[in-house]
Write a protein that binds this ligand. Structure first.
Ligand SMILES: NC(=O)c1ccc[n+]([C@@H]2O[C@H](COP(=O)([O-])OP(=O)(O)OC[C@H]3O[C@@H](n4cnc5c(N)ncnc54)[C@H](O)[C@@H]3O)[C@@H](O)[C@H]2O)c1
Length: 348
């Protein structure tokens, strides 16, 4: 079978997660990794921590894989066909644009970048390059969300009357490389880093909000750490999302949602995925995940298929949604900074 030759930049929580998934997928062959940290370059990942999933262990075998300190050297490695960027967010734009200019396919972790200007520049470069490109907004591909979207599109709940999305994470202070998440200029705090997934779900299920109202709390390092947003639409839908990493360390990670439609309701919570018809009995929906238990597996598998010319890189995430999501985030951040003033989203 033809394989895509993959290089991963950033070998922390997400890079090692992508590494394992790529390694288990017959469509890919990892030929290089790059990381700024010498221990991780030797496969020692004892300092890697994350807030969800992952199966973190102590050591990964890098035999036969070229190892770089600088991501730009990996990009210039002629054998690398796909660059998988799992570096801290403030480095995304520079690495993504360099990789696309070098003629590589690019899988870029979310959030694409810190500003709308940078996100637009990356997407424009991707369109110009003709190479495959996507952003790791993996929740669209996560089993519960995928199933709910299929049912919604098939008309099972009818028109959405209201929707609620939630992402609840324990505090991550001290987890990442040089604690980079805790600086606003590096990560945008929980509003951008964590809640971006639910901005994308709002867009996916409900379309483009006209305006947003966001209130929230701030962590001691000056970053947003928990927020509540109301999305204003031109029709009479009521849509809201909550997200943050303000919970104590001992709390578990939770993502959940509810979609209330004219013909029925879908709820995903720790007890499972449920369909409640307007008339009839509650139904627990079974998910057949096979060897792809997470959205990361599905997203990476689809991206490899796209690189091999077998599917579209926009199957789960149209490129235009990457830019629209960044514009919604920008309005939410403005609203939060202004203590909950309603802000019109400036799509561009
Ligand atoms: N899709 C998801 O579910 C999800 C989950 C967690 C994180 N993320 C995203 O993944 C990205 C990485 O986050 P993380 O949690 O893995 O962080 P992390 O700190 O665990 O890993 C980042 C790695 O990048 C390395 N690095 C730093 N500068 C570098 C450089 N110039 N060149 C090469 N390597 C460099 C660090 O040494 C570190 O190993 C972020 O953008 C984050 O938002 C996505």
């Amino acid at each position: 079978m033809k394989q895509v030759k993959v290089g991963i930049i950033g070998f922390g929580f997400m890079g090692t997660t992508h590494f394992r998934i790529h390694q288990a997928n017959p469509k890919s062959k990892i030929v290089a990794i790059a990381d700024a940290d010498a221990a991780k370059r030797s496969g020692d990942i004892r300092k890697v921590h994350g807030n969800i999933g992952g199966g973190v262990n102590d050591h990964l075998d890098l035999t036969g894989i070229r190892v770089y300190k600088d991501g730009l050297d990996l990009i210039n490695d002629p054998e690398v066909e796909e660059v998988d960027i799992c570096a801290p967010t403030y480095l995304h734009a520079a690495f993504a644009i360099a990789a696309l200019k070098a003629g590589k396919h690019v899988l870029l972790e979310k959030p694409a970048a810190l500003t709308v200007k940078d996100v637009k520049a990356i997407v424009a470069e991707a369109e110009k390059s003709g190479k495959c490109f996507t952003v790791g907004l993996c929740v669209r591909a996560w089993p519960e969300y995928r199933k709910a979207f299929e049912l919604f599109k098939a008309g099972k709940i009818g028109k959405i009357r209201s929707a609620l999305f939630k992402r609840f994470s324990p505090n991550i202070d001290g987890d990442a490389w040089k604690n980079w998440f805790m600086k606003d200029e590096n990560s945008g705090g929980a509003l951008l880093d964590l809640h971006m997934h639910d901005i994308d779900e709002v867009l996916y299920f409900c379309g483009k909000p006209r305006a947003v109202t966001t209130v929230g709390t701030w962590y001691k390092t000056g970053i947003p750490d928990h927020s509540f947003t109301i999305y204003h639409f031109d029709d009479d839908k009521a849509v809201a999302a909550e997200g943050g990493w303000s919970a104590p360390r001992c709390a578990g990670f939770e993502m959940s949602f509810q979609l209330i439609g004219e013909k029925g309701t879908i709820v995903s919570n720790p007890s499972g995925l449920w369909f409640y018809p307007v008339k009839g009995e509650a139904e627990k929906l079974e998910l057949k995940v096979g060897d792809k238990p997470t959205g990361w597996h599905v997203e990476i598998d689809n991206f490899l298929s796209a690189c091999l010319g077998k599917s579209s890189d926009e199957k789960y995430l149209p490129h235009k949604d990457i830019v629209d999501g960044a514009c919604i985030y920008e309005a939410e951040r403005k609203s939060l900074d202004n203590k909950g003033k309603t802000v019109t989203v400036r799509y561009r």
